[in-house]
Write a protein that binds this ligand. Structure first.
Ligand SMILES: [Zn+2]
Ligand SMILES: [Zn+2]
Length: 341
């Protein structure tokens, strides 16, 4: 709870001033100016750019400098009422589902190509037309997930390279999570595309027969946990944010040169981490409110364990990717699937 304090010894954690410092506003000590800034910045309609002639500072008029400092101290600039947060997430998800159900798959595009095009224009398809190949479904599932991820509040503060670097690390994982969620919500116990289309390419039937258990695990393991835990819509959405924005995964060293995500600035990474932490707290609060006193920590643990099951599923998918790589397999993967591995 915010508490006014006239004690001159306390300095604003963002700009350093000791004037009008409010203690524990969003868990930080902030001056009134930085408090107002943190409340309004996510609604900014003009780009946040540095206007400093000398060294950039969080205490002047430069919005970029103040924002970078807010990010550095982990100030939650994304705070919003729970009702609004869920409404936003539900809306984004509805749009994602609408595009998945009503759009034509685009040509086979790589992540870079998609990102360079800006907002994706979806072309309409009759929702009853389920006559797509598994490649086309996979492509739509990935593209609609990427559009969903671009909606996160912090993305507006990233430059285009940073946005691509962020999305690149987690889009396919989030896609798989959404695929399993969709199958679960339509009462299936294994991952499948609309119109009963297999999630694996048609030409992989032989390989699938030879590695039956592996493919079965990918299709069923995650969903079996969804069924066991009866995951709610709100929990699914919060988990999808945690999966997309996991700072540890986003900062994971690149396998090719071992560097940590080189396109992300410190500010970008700090913003993602704050967004992630905020949603983790929201998930905890959700559990606390909706489950009995002795049960909610257990519920939270169960939900977070789903992320580990997803990681296992991704590991298994990596194995199938290696199998498909053999020239004689004849399986060609969609660029967005191939790019990820
Ligand atoms: Zn301040
Ligand atoms: Zn500046």
């Amino acid at each position: 709870m915010a508490e006014r304090n006239r004690n001159m010894a306390i300095a604003c954690e963002v700009c350093g001033t000791a004037d009008n410092v409010i203690m524990f506003y969003r868990r930080k000590n902030l001056c009134n100016r930085c408090k107002q800034f943190s409340r309004r910045i996510t609604k900014a309609t003009t780009p946040i750019v540095c206007n400093c002639t000398g060294e950039c500072s969080p205490s002047g008029t430069c919005r970029e400098g103040r924002l970078a400092k807010c990010a550095e101290i982990g100030l939650n600039i994304f705070d919003e009422k729970l009702e609004k947060l869920f409404k936003n997430l539900m809306d984004w998800n509805e749009r994602r589902l609408f595009n998945f159900t009503n759009s034509q798959p685009t040509e086979d595009l790589s992540l870079e190509e998609i990102m360079n095009r800006g907002t994706i224009e979806f072309t309409e398809r009759s929702p009853s037309d389920h006559n797509l190949t598994s490649h086309q479904w996979a492509s739509l599932q990935n593209i609609t997930t990427i559009e969903f991820m671009k909606g996160f509040h912090f993305v507006k503060f990233l430059n285009p390279e940073e946005t691509t670097a962020f999305i690149k690390k987690t889009y396919f994982k989030t896609t798989i999570f959404f695929m399993a969620m969709a199958s679960f919500q339509s009462n299936r116990d294994s991952m499948i595309f609309p119109g009963n289309k297999d999630v694996f390419p048609e030409e992989s039937v032989d390989i699938q027969q030879r590695h039956d258990k592996l493919f079965k695990r990918i299709r069923c393991l995650l969903i079996s946990k969804f069924i066991e835990f009866r995951v709610t819509k709100e929990e699914f959405l919060l988990l999808s944010v945690l999966i997309s924005c996991d700072p540890n995964i986003i900062m994971e060293p690149n396998s090719d040169d071992g560097s940590t995500n080189p396109n992300l600035t410190k500010k970008g990474m700090n913003l993602i981490r704050t967004y992630y932490n905020f949603h983790q707290v929201v998930l905890m609060d959700y559990c606390r409110k909706n489950y009995k006193l002795n049960y909610w920590p257990n519920r939270l643990q169960k939900l977070l364990s789903l992320i580990l099951v997803l990681i296992d599923t991704m590991g298994d998918l990596g194995k199938t990717h290696s199998l498909f790589q053999f020239v004689e397999s004849g399986v060609k993967l969609n660029k967005l699937v191939d790019d990820f591995f």
